[in-house]
Design a protein around this ligand. Structure first.
Ligand code: NAD
Length: 332
């Protein structure tokens, strides 16, 4: 066992890291950026998305690339997925699945728990089922700060007990559980990456996306849920992908679980509201609905410890506020 609880698995290092990748949720915000980056690194990439939130234009750069193939597919239709992937793997085995598909609307999951059961948990369950059927050894999983629930102080990977306060967080935590159980059965390696709030171009949701959408509908006023004091770390999607690829290329861990976030700092909702208004509708009035939480299931404030990731040698370059400013300019 090495630093940070790693187990080195030599047969999966080196050359095999250049293999074919499957990205679920490939037409979504993070998935599409990941597809572009993996193609840029020379990988063969297969993308699937049911297009509930995914957009074909997010794949504009990838679709003409001969190294990329895309299928509109619901991951929960595992039999259809296995049949499609069998055809694809005739050209060569898939070595890593990047499981990005999930419900990304936490509030929708609060209104109807069925949403996160199907889109957040069962997509993981069925992804694992497909991986077992096709003998795919490695999984990188998009987990979330939402698994932690509410804690005082910095959230470390070992923080617990974990009592999520949203159905989304609960189903991400359950997904982590079935992934670690799969490591005992067939999976060779898993990277559990716990994202903070991720922002940037092609966003399909999130605070900046919502504020800009509201201001387009009504340039005179921005309604902000809560009192604006909610404070969280925001990471630019380019840096999230840098970190995930960095972890994956280390070829270590079974499982390896990491918080990914800006090294220091968090950004308040008030800061974001004021920056968005200044950029998009400088005369708009900002109206706060009040209360310390934005909505049921919102964790109003949290800070991540990124010591574990930093100890491996990776740190982001942008602060949380810098990432917010860049993402606003990209989404205008
Ligand atoms: N954006 C963030 O701030 C953030 C934070 C923490 C974790 N995450 C996780 O990162 C991943 C990517 O999130 P995102 O922000 O890009 O959201 P997104 O909604 O843009 O991307 C998710 C994609 O998955 C697709 N999808 C959903 N259900 C599917 C199914 N059954 N079969 C196939 N495709 C399906 C959607 O159509 C969408 O394109 C998700 O797992 C999300 O939970 C995101």
């Amino acid at each position: 066992m090495g630093a940070g609880g790693f187990v080195f698995v030599p047969e999966l290092s080196g050359k095999s890291m250049n293999g074919t990748c499957l990205v679920t949720g490939a037409a979504g915000f993070i998935g599409s950026h990941l597809v572009d980056r993996l193609l840029g690194l020379g990988h063969q990439v297969i993308g699937v998305d049911n297009m509930v939130l995914g957009r074909r234009e997010n794949l504009a750069q990838a679709l003409p690339n001969k190294q990329f193939s895309f299928r509109e597919l619901d991951v929960n239709e595992a039999a259809a997925g296995i049949a499609f992937l069998r055809e694809e793997t005739a050209r060569g085995p898939i070595e890593t699945v990047w499981h990005m598909a999930a419900n990304s609307d936490i509030q929708a999951g609060g209104r109807d728990p069925d949403v996160d059961l199907r889109l957040t948990f069962l997509t993981t369950y069925h992804t694992l089922q497909m991986m077992q059927a096709l003998n795919i050894p490695q999984l990188v999983f998009a987990s979330s700060s939402a698994i932690y629930g509410e804690h005082d102080g910095e959230l470390k990977e070992e923080t617990g007990p974990l009592f999520p306060v949203s159905n989304y967080g609960a189903m991400k935590l359950a997904s982590e559980g079935i992934i670690t159980a799969a490591l005992e059965r067939f999976l060779k390696r898993a990277w559990i990456c716990r994202f903070p709030n991720v922002i940037g171009s092609r966003a399909t949701h999130g605070v900046i996306f919502d504020f800009l959408k509201k201001l387009r509908a009504n340039p005179a006023e921005l309604e902000v849920l809560g009192d604006g004091t909610q404070e969280k770390p925001y990471l630019h999607v380019s840096e999230l992908i840098d970190a995930m690829i960095f972890l994956w290329q280390r070829g270590q861990g079974k499982p390896s679980c990491y918080n990914i976030a800006p090294e220091t700092g968090a950004t308040t909702v008030r800061y974001i509201a004021e920056a968005v208004v200044q950029a998009a509708a400088p005369r708009a009035n900002i109206r706060y609905t009040g209360g310390s939480r934005g909505w049921v299931g919102d964790v109003a404030k949290f800070r991540y410890s990124t010591t574990k990731l930093k100890s491996l040698g990776w740190s982001p370059k942008m602060t949380s506020n810098e990432a917010v400013e860049l993402a606003i300019s990209e989404n205008l």
